[in-house]
Design a protein around this ligand. Structure first.
Ligand SMILES: *Cc1c(COP(=O)(O)O)cnc(C)c1O
Length: 358
């Protein structure tokens, strides 16, 4: 068996100890004689997995008691529709800071239900930065941001102050990568398949006073109140994804928590950015102040050379380095599960490639 360094943007690498533990427990979970995939979601043994996953995430992110943690399905994309269903008030108005592909999708979905007000956008420069000059509408029901832009490789240098207007954040690609103050947000959501676990589960962290504001027109299954009341067991949850995410949470805890992971993430991103900045072949399209720790796009001056790089890297066990189809070039996604050695090996290969292609 040989594992590769997988730089995929998502689904992406999982920590090896997590995969090993899941393999060990596959056929007979803790003497139950069955796999977690085969268990009733109402059984005591599954309930323990479910509750422990929530408790560990709460500890890791320091989530206060006045926030609910929900394990939902439908991906981050379903939240683009579900958030307006639940958070819109009389005004039916949402302020957006538009920073790339994922806010575009959220905006298009929100327009079905609400008046969308784009308070700032970085589209003028290909989404290579995060706007810092904006004013929120006093009558907005909430403000939507994407804290880390997976495709463009940008992140917020600091969290906007929205005053009394609830701040909603798509953290799909940077949740658990660095310390954040949950109390600054009304709602945080993240599809699991970047930094938390396998696809299939979506984590929603919501301030309790924002639950139950939906109108009677909202289907029961799409109400946060429904899932909150039933502790994410209103219907069958994605049990195996929640179990695996729970193993990831415990792995992060054992490493020393989010603070420790953040230090490793800064080290990894530093190694790659430092090399890109001194390279005469590779460059970064992203303004330095806004560079993501998780998704690092880079490119050479020629498409053919980019293609050659991606193909040769693959032969070295450095895989899924192609940039998103909308931007081209290369992108290294170095989420929590990517070891420092993987980034070092990538940089070594980039150096070799540069020497050979000058
Ligand atoms: C991947 C991603 C999404 C979409 O997630 P799905 O789970 O596929 O719906 C949304 N937002 C961001 C920031 C992402 O990285």
């Amino acid at each position: 068996m040989s594992r590769v360094y997988n730089f995929s943007a998502g689904p992406s690498m999982l920590p090896e100890p997590v995969l090993k533990k899941a393999a060990e427990e596959m056929l007979d979970y803790k003497g139950s004689g069955m796999s977690v995939m085969e268990m009733s979601h109402r059984s005591g043994i599954y309930m323990e997995i479910h509750e422990r996953a929530e408790a560990t995430l709460r500890k890791l992110m320091n989530i206060p008691d006045n926030y609910s943690v929900l394990f939902l399905q439908g991906g981050a994309s379903q939240q683009f529709a579900m958030i307006p269903m639940n958070l819109l008030g009389q005004n039916r108005k949402i302020d957006f800071i538009h920073t790339g592909n994922w806010t575009k999708k959220a905006i298009d979905e929100a327009k079905v239900q609400a008046t969308v007000n784009i308070v700032a956008s970085s589209e003028d420069k290909n989404f290579s930065y995060i706007p810092e000059d904006y004013q929120f509408s006093p009558d907005a029901d909430y403000v939507h941001i994407c804290t880390n832009n997976t495709i463009e490789g940008t992140k917020y240098p600091s969290i906007p102050d929205t005053g009394n207007i609830p701040l909603v954040a798509d953290m799909s690609s940077n949740i658990l990568s660095e310390e954040i103050d949950v109390t600054k947000f009304g709602l945080i959501f993240a599809g699991a398949q970047k930094n938390l676990g396998p696809s299939g589960v979506t984590v929603v962290i919501i301030r309790k006073d924002l639950i139950g504001k939906h109108s009677d027109q909202v289907p029961v299954i799409f109400r946060y109140a429904t899932h909150d009341k039933e502790k994410s067991l209103y219907n069958t949850p994605p049990c195996y994804s929640i179990y695996t995410a729970g193993l990831v949470f415990e792995y992060v805890e054992q490493l020393g928590g989010v603070k420790a992971i953040e230090a490793i993430n800064r080290e990894k991103a530093g190694i790659l950015y430092d090399f890109i900045d001194e390279s005469s072949l590779f460059s970064s399209p992203v303004d330095k102040r806004y560079r993501s720790l998780m998704n690092i796009p880079f490119l050479t001056q020629s498409n053919d050379l980019n293609k050659k790089f991606i193909a040769e890297a693959e032969k070295e066990g450095l895989v899924t380095l192609a940039g998103h189809r909308s931007v081209g070039g290369m992108r290294a996604s170095i989420y929590n599960a990517m070891p420092v050695e993987g980034v070092k090996k990538l940089v070594e290969f980039m150096k070799k490639f540069e020497m050979a292609n000058k």
